[in-house]
Design a protein around this ligand. Structure first.
Ligand code: COA
Ligand code: AMP
Length: 628
């Protein structure tokens, strides 16, 4: 058996022994007396009884162990021309003071704090300050519209919101004040304070008694130490799209999270303390939580915090500039970023201006990576380009090529083999394990390893319903896939209503709710169709109410605006078409998968359960007549 196989088999045959050993890699205040247990809801919990503090692991520990003067975070913002470095000592000082300010406002263990901010380093200070106090942060992606923010405020019920006066998208300034105030008006929950980080590009007006200035309160606060928390206490809630209009509050605990991320840095990413690690994503997504903030800092690395895009900030050489400026060893981003670069600079000419000798690996995840893009990046960079698979719920990779253990010859198109701890199986609806080459649902045999969601925020029953019920004994990932004869896995895409647009996870059910609210719409379906740049984009099919006389162009314009205003520009909802009927089964279920296959130009079989197959012809003709 190779190194990988030995490690993996041990993690599956003796999970408690394996994860007890891995837990030694972090600095506990009190080592857990139990490794794996079940809570009062029958859900698995790791490291019960262990006491620790995630901010201590990310900052205090390193300062106490000789890394105080090492750069912890590099802020690189081509959109504002700001370039700034924080040592571990500086980041600790700022965080401890800001935690002191939050504490003075009454924020303590178990309280929730929503963070709605662009890619400024104060986000990291805010997240770590919450962790320091044992408070639970919930970062909301800056591209979401007020309604989405309001939903999260009502679910998390935060005492305080941390925000910024503005963000920047390429060269467009996005003022946050109208978005935040609209969300506060819509939410039923009343927050006690809003703390504004003022940016010179656009200031917020302090028009409400609850508003406080970040700088002012931080300057006058006294630093505070770390509050010990239980391993099973929540560190954060991160809302993600599910199959309904209401986002799911993924809970991450403190203990399992720290152990899993530390393990992943060494074994998956081949990263050691002191290395420079760059995840080009946004803190609003799970990649940002795990691999911009927590994993690199817990490991004692230097993390690059990039407020820019792969292209047009200022050009398609942006990735190469950052890698060469800071000596990045490992880069991680979504395939869309590389597709954008490839489109603008197909021969990679801009790379010639930079020295990329430091770069050892490129990791891609967040959406399916097409083989052409993977091979293009591999050829251009001449290093291993590793596609790996995970999701908000897992918090860290489930299928990968473990660069720190044994680099395998993963066939193009595959996302590698199961990461230690993840007993991944391809199963059918009767929970039979499928043979190599046969496609089925991707399930993970319980228990999930440390770091994965133990439950949903205040909704253990919904957790069981959404993830554990369909395939008893398994966690259902929502993805379909297969494995080959050599046990390499392939992900074929979501088998639920979730789509992935430019690496952003969105719910078509959410969009359908918005479209259906238009007064002219009788019924609708939104599906994700393949797109060369963004992987997938949403497309709406609408049946008008009887007697409604509206042109397709007018309806589309109104629906696009509605989705933008209610969900956010990030939804990329730009196409809607009127059809006479939607294809349905005789029991009334809309045949979305068949519609998707037609839109993607794939072969499809007319299901025997269809009510009227001529509807498919109409949809096909309609799609053939438009370009999108
Ligand atoms: N705040 C406000 N608006 C945002 C936003 C944010 N944080 N993020 C995206 N948006 C807006 C964009 O400005 C755009 O608005 P527009 O329709 O008015 O132009 C819209 O949401 C769609 O954004 P996006 O899908 O990102 O498209 P884009 O054309 O702006 O950029 C890429 C395309 C490829 C450059 C961009 O998607 C990218 O950098 N991808 C890299 C992958 C990545 O980081 N994924 C994160 C998950 S790992
Ligand atoms: P998110 O929760 O936003 O990280 O999105 C998770 C979903 O993105 C997964 O369930 C997959 O559908 C998809 N995904 C993530 N990584 C990959 C990958 N490497 N290949 C294919 N799909 C992926």
């Amino acid at each position: 058996m190779g190194h990988y196989e030995t490690l993996y088999q041990r993690s599956i045959s003796d999970p408690e022994g394996f994860w007890a050993e891995q837990a030694q890699a972090i600095d506990w205040f009190q080592f857990p007396d139990s490794i794996l247990s079940q809570d009062e809801h029958g859900l698995y919990r790791w490291y019960k009884g262990g006491m620790l503090n995630t901010c201590h692991l990310a900052l205090d520990y390193h300062v106490a162990h000789g890394r105080g003067e090492q750069t912890a975070l590099i802020y690189d913002s081509p959109v504002t021309q700001t370039f700034q470095k924080y040592t571990y000592r500086e980041l600790l000082d700022e965080t401890a003071r800001f935690a002191g300010a939050l504490s003075q406002l009454g924020v303590g263990k178990g309280d929730r704090v929503i963070i709605y901010m662009p890619m400024v380093p104060q986000v990291v200070v805010g997240m770590l300050a919450c962790a320091r106090l044992g408070a639970i942060h919930s970062v909301v992606f800056g591209g979401f519209a007020p309604h989405e923010l309001a939903l999260r405020i009502d679910d998390a019920q935060p005492k305080v919101i941390l925000t910024s006066s503005a963000g920047v998208e390429f060269d467009k300034i996005i003022p946050y004040q109208p978005i935040l105030e609209s969300a506060l008006r819509e939410a039923k929950h009343q927050v006690e304070h809003v703390i504004w980080h003022q940016r010179w590009i656009r200031k917020a007006e302090m028009t409400d008694d609850r508003y406080l200035d970040w700088e002012l309160i931080a300057r006058s606060a006294n630093p505070v130490g770390c509050t010990p928390v239980e391993a099973t206490d929540p560190l954060y809630i991160l809302y993600t799209s599910g199959t309904t209009g209401k986002p799911k509050g993924i809970v991450r605990d403190n203990g399992g999270h720290a152990v899993a991320l530390r393990f992943s840095m060494q074994h998956i990413y081949d990263v050691q303390p002191g290395d420079v690690y760059w995840a080009a994503s946004d803190v609003g997504w799970v990649v940002g939580h795990s691999y911009i903030v927590y994993a690199p800092l817990i490991t004692g690395c230097t993390t690059v915090f990039y407020e820019g895009k792969p292209v047009r900030t200022p050009d398609a050489g942006a990735y190469w500039r950052v890698i060469s400026d800071y000596g990045v060893k490992v880069m991680f981003t979504a395939p869309t970023g590389f597709r954008a670069v490839k489109k603008e600079d197909p021969d990679g000419l801009l790379k010639q201006k930079y020295n990329l000798a430091s770069l050892r690996y490129l990791f891609l995840a967040g959406e399916r990576c097409d083989v052409a893009t993977l091979e293009w990046a591999q050829k251009l960079l001449g290093i291993p380009v590793i596609d790996h698979w995970w999701q908000t719920e897992s918090g860290w990779p489930m299928l990968a090529n473990l660069a720190g253990v044994e680099l395998m010859s993963v066939p193009p198109g595959s996302v590698g083999k199961p990461v230690p701890g993840f007993h991944v199986q391809i199963i059918d609806s009767d929970i039979n394990i499928m043979k190599p080459g046969e496609e089925g649902a991707v399930g993970i045999r319980l228990p999930l390893p440390p770091g994965c969601l133990p439950t949903l925020w205040k909704a253990p029953d919904q957790f069981k319903e959404s993830y554990l019920k369909a395939y008893p004994g398994y966690y259902f990932t929502g993805d379909g896939g297969y494995r080959d004869k050599d046990e390499y896995f392939y992900i074929t895409g979501r088998i639920d209503d979730v789509i992935n647009v430019a690496g952003h996870r969105l719910s078509t059910a959410d969009m359908e709710e918005i479209v259906a609210a238009h007064p002219a719409v009788a019924e609708c379906a939104v599906i994700g169709v393949a797109n060369d740049l963004k992987g997938q984009v949403p497309m709406g099919f609408v049946v008008l109410k009887a007697g409604m006389d509206m042109t397709e162009v007018d309806l589309e314009t109104e629906l696009v605006k509605m989705v933008r205003d209610r969900l956010g520009a990030v939804a990329c909802f730009k196409n809607a078409m009127i059809v006479k009927r939607l294809p349905k089964t005789r029991s009334g279920k809309i045949l979305r998968r068949v519609m998707r296959n037609i839109a993607d130009g794939k072969d499809f079989q007319t299901p025997s359960t269809i009510e009227d197959s001529s509807v498919l012809e109409e949809i096909k003709e309609k799609l053939d007549s438009v370009s999108f």
